[in-house]
Write a protein that binds this ligand. Structure first.
Ligand SMILES: Cc1cc2nc3c(=O)[nH]c(=O)nc-3n(C[C@H](O)[C@H](O)[C@H](O)COP(=O)(O)OP(=O)(O)OC[C@H]3O[C@@H](n4cnc5c(N)ncnc54)[C@H](O)[C@@H]3O)c2cc1C
Length: 443
């Protein structure tokens, strides 16, 4: 049993919100225990580059213990929290341990929202952690290997069709990166494949891509993607997913071995078990000061928080960073007995990259697209990465990719079960029983 002891603050989650809360508490010398189910902070905005072999997993992750090297007041504990009792001020871990606290900051982030669409949960790939990215990368590389040897043209077509559900930043960036892979890597590495037959389809239920961006940048993003050879279908809903198809509203079907779900976000699963009030998408309801009503010793920050008065704020890194800092500041204020301060978001802008030399960005009143936006995107993402070594390695990789039109190491590493058509008994599209074309992460 780990007892954080009287007076300790526990910060649950090592994402953007947790990291920034811990930095503040550490700087103030407050005894803090930092808990996460992973032993690293992961830079989620670059996950899609890991998934498309642009970067290696370790380049966007940084060990929590290394972050704490010079932060004497904070200890790290690797643990998956499964529930909590705010009245007893305790968290329970998957190992059956109890973690006691005086004050708690919950920053457990989000998870994919499948809106109850049949098959979406079990049969699609999502992009929420390094394991997801690695599984998707292995899968993409495997389906291409299978496509090389597929003799049935219908089966081969399904193997080289990649469907991305969701036209937000993740969907757009993923589609752009896959298009680059198709345009620059496939013709050189998979000479037996016709790269132009590789389909990348983005499906968005709303009328446009990148809804938070101004109309001209949304249009520009769509044009750029289409120029890269991506099919964009807006105003289109996916109704069902099977192991071999995406079924669209209106009856259309797309045969595919790969569906990437980038359509929605809900609170991380543990949020429902913490004994705290929840709201839309399972997020934890908090006052503007990020404090939980009725539980003055619990604060919530980042994607998992639904802040009264700021319900429409996007679930993005800047919001999480600023909320993490404010949650820590308000913990310090509560300890001193001074009034808490409400959350006010300082919007530093948003950006999304589409591919080589193409991006869109809004910074204050300035709207950028094309090469300028792309450079801004590169600089901001390099600066935000944690760790000098990671920044350097990512910079070198990007420069290498840019100059050589190549991607990073494309080794299939890992132990996901290979359930591809080569092992299956039937034809992908004509089989009466669906065959296991998809090797989703099955969690
Ligand atoms: C693919 C992708 C691309 C994105 N791109 C961008 C972008 O370009 N720009 C942008 O601003 N934002 C982007 N975002 C959003 C941004 O990453 C999030 O808003 C941000 O990470 C939220 O920070 P957080 O600290 O709330 O949660 P997270 O960063 O998700 O961290 C949550 C942490 O909690 C831990 N945790 C969860 N449950 C438990 C548990 N039960 N026990 C212990 N630990 C637990 C997790 O391991 C994780 O470390 C992207 C997100 C994704 C998924």
């Amino acid at each position: 049993v780990h007892d954080a002891g009287q007076g300790k603050v526990v910060v649950l989650g090592a994402g953007f919100a947790g990291l920034n809360a811990v930095r503040k508490l550490g700087a103030a010398g407050v005894d803090t225990l930092w808990v996460d189910a992973r032993n690293y902070h992961c830079f989620l905005p670059l996950l899609y580059q890991v998934a498309t072999a642009g970067l290696e997993p370790q380049e966007i992750a940084y060990p929590a213990r290394s972050i704490l090297r010079r932060v004497r007041a904070v200890e790290f504990r690797l643990a998956r929290v499964v529930s909590g009792d705010p009245a007893a001020r305790v968290l329970r871990t998957a190992d059956g341990d109890a973690i006691h606290y005086e004050q708690l900051i919950v920053a457990t982030g989000g998870a994919a929202e499948d809106f109850g669409i049949p098959g979406a949960r079990e049969l699609t790939f999502r992009l929420y952690d390094l394991e997801d990215a690695r599984a998707l990368r292995n899968h993409v590389l495997r389906v291409l290997e299978h496509a090389v040897v597929a003799t049935d043209p219908v089966e081969r077509a399904a193997l080289v069709t990649f469907v991305i559900v969701g036209g937000g930043a993740t969907g757009v960036e993923m589609a752009g990166a896959l298009a680059e892979f198709r345009n620059h890597v496939v013709p050189r590495d998979y000479r037996a494949l016709d790269a132009s037959a590789m389909r990348i389809v983005v499906i968005e239920a709303g009328p446009e891509l990148l809804p938070p961006f101004p109309p001209e940048l949304r249009a520009r993003a769509r044009r750029d993607l289409e120029e890269f050879g991506v099919e964009v279908r807006t105003g289109t809903r996916v109704e069902r997913v099977t192991a071999t198809e995406a079924l669209l509203a209106g009856g259309a079907r797309i045969s595919t071995a790969t569906i990437i779900w980038a359509a929605g976000i809900r609170a991380s699963a543990v949020a429902a078990n913490l004994g705290l009030p929840t709201g839309r998408s399972g997020r934890l309801l908090v006052e503007p000061t990020l404090r939980v009503p009725g539980h003055p010793h619990v604060f919530v920050a980042g994607d998992v928080a639904l802040v009264e008065g700021s319900e429409r704020l996007p679930q993005v890194a800047q919001v999480a960073i600023q909320q993490g800092e404010l949650a820590a500041d308000n913990v310090l204020r509560a300890r001193r007995g001074t009034p808490l301060v409400p959350f006010v978001y300082r919007d530093k802008g948003s950006m999304a990259t589409i591919g080589r030399s193409r991006a869109v960005a809004v910074i204050g009143r300035v709207k950028l697209d094309g090469v300028l936006a792309w450079w801004a995107w590169l600089v901001v993402h390099l600066v935000m990465l944690v760790g000098f070594r990671n920044r350097l390695v990512v910079l070198v990789n990007w420069a290498w990719n840019y100059l050589t039109f190549d991607r990073g190491l494309r080794a299939i590493v890992g132990a996901e079960p290979d359930r591809l058509p080569a092992d299956a008994a039937g034809d992908v599209c004509s089989a009466a029983e669906p065959v296991s074309l998809n090797l989703g992460p099955h969690r």
